[in-house]
Write a new protein. Structure first.
Length: 71
């Protein structure tokens, strides 16, 4: 009887662990998709900042921002 209880307990724990691992894999997959979007947004932001810097900061003059120049 004691051996049968141990076998049932082990089987239940294995099933529980399999379910947990499956849920973790699903959550990691969702997180990777979010991380990809954040990474692309960062690339666009960096490219936009570089473009503005190389173009002579037209936004600074248009909106009267000092852009690091103390006039």
């Amino acid at each position: 009887m004691k051996q049968k209880t141990k076998t049932i307990a082990r089987s239940a724990l294995i099933i529980f662990l399999v379910i947990l691992v499956s849920l973790m894999m699903y959550q990691i997959e969702k997180l990777q998709g979010t991380a990809r979007v954040i990474n692309y947004a960062g690339l666009v932001r960096g490219a936009t900042q570089r473009e503005i810097k190389l173009a002579g900061n037209p936004l600074c003059y248009r909106y009267d921002w000092s852009c690091g120049n103390n006039h």
